[in-house]
Write a new protein. Structure first.
Length: 322
């Protein structure tokens, strides 16, 4: 329609070719050029608008909420193709090969009372140390506890003994076992081929300025590349996003082509378990915490029995023996 309008106007402004100086065409040509001007601008605006829309729908990073803090999920899962290196490596471990790669979240695996016990341990444990930057860890297997810019062994701190009660030890083992079962079920594995591995640890994240590389928890990474023994990563959250802390959401970064990214968010919630295959199909990071304290436990599994790790021994007693 606009094209025919242009054609018509060209005709009229081109004149009849009769050579006569005309009054009307002159005045109309003034009107026409103004109309053309408007039209040109309208088109430019339209074209720029289309470019902006195309750009943002094509190259924009999309956002998707996989699990919000408000909802209570029986199970939410997403299947993904395994990254090639992950699949090639895990193919060696029969019984431990996932039916598909992917991720899941469930709020029904760990109970509220269990979370309370574990959170209380985390809070008490970090009292004996704590990073001077934003990320502190407590590894009950090795005893490693962040302290300022280093690590100390919590089992060498006599006063820390009181926090390792029988109730805590049983809870820790029981919860770890339930999560192992959930991973086996989700990815259709033989449970006996799945072993706990290092590092498995409590974490506490805050908004403190990073002091060492260990404090920089927000960089996107693939677990398998950071920790080659990993095959399945799980997290148990001990704090609520939006209540106990802000920021600190867990984000999968899904790419489909170089400029097409989707950030897939998991909002932490007390008792929420998330699990995923540790290959490049699950590139992720944790947002920086803006306030409060974000407590969680990372529980890692391997298919390689050489990297299997026993339950913590809580070997504080040993130190007391002569
Ligand atoms: C971007 O990726 C999403 C999912 O990864 C896909 O559904 C969509 O078609 C892709 N869009 C383009 C323009 O490639
Ligand atoms: C860091 O968090 C604390 C509370 O946890 C808050 O009072 C403080 O304002 C936060 N700092 C910044 C820079 O946001």
């Amino acid at each position: 329609m606009s094209e025919s309008g242009v054609r018509q106007r060209k005709k009229s402004s081109g004149g009849g070719g009769d050579g006569k100086p005309r009054k009307v065409p002159q005045s109309s040509s003034g009107q026409v050029s103004q109309a053309q001007h408007h039209r040109m601008w309208a088109r430019l605006v339209l074209i720029v608008g289309i470019c902006v829309v195309v750009y943002f729908t094509t190259f924009r990073t999309r956002e998707k909420k996989f699990a919000t803090q408000r909802e209570t999920l029986e199970l939410r899962s997403q299947k993904l193709d395994c990254s090639k290196p992950f699949f090639e490596e895990i193919a060696k471990y029969s019984g431990c090969i996932p039916a598909h790669c992917g991720r899941f979240v469930s709020d029904k695996i760990v109970g509220g009372a269990e979370v309370d016990i574990l959170l209380s341990l985390a809070k008490q444990g970090f009292r004996f140390g704590g990073s001077s930057g934003g990320a502190s860890i407590l590894d009950l297997h090795s005893g490693a506890l962040s302290k300022e810019s280093q690590f100390v062994n919590i089992y060498k701190i006599p006063e820390a003994k009181q926090i390792f009660t029988a109730e805590l030890i049983n809870t820790y083992k029981h919860v770890k076992e339930k999560i192992r079962e959930a991973v086996s079920e989700q990815f259709k594995l033989n449970k006996d081929s799945l072993h706990l591995t290092h590092p498995t640890f409590f974490s506490r994240l805050t908004n403190e300025t990073a002091k060492t590389i260990h404090d920089e928890y927000w960089h996107p990474h693939v677990d398998k590349e950071t920790w080659p023994a990993f095959h399945y990563t799980t997290l148990l959250y001990l704090a609520d996003y939006g209540r106990d802390f802000n920021g600190g959401r867990f984000v999968f970064i899904d790419s489909d082509g170089k400029h097409n990214k989707t950030n897939v968010y998991i909002e932490p919630k007390r008792g929420r378990v998330s699990g995923f295959t540790s290959g490049a199909e699950n590139l992720h990071h944790v947002e920086q915490v803006t306030n409060g304290m974000r407590y969680a436990i990372t529980i890692s599994f391997t298919c390689n029995s050489e990297h299997a790790m026993a339950d913590p021994q809580f070997f504080i007693e040993e130190d007391e023996e002569p």
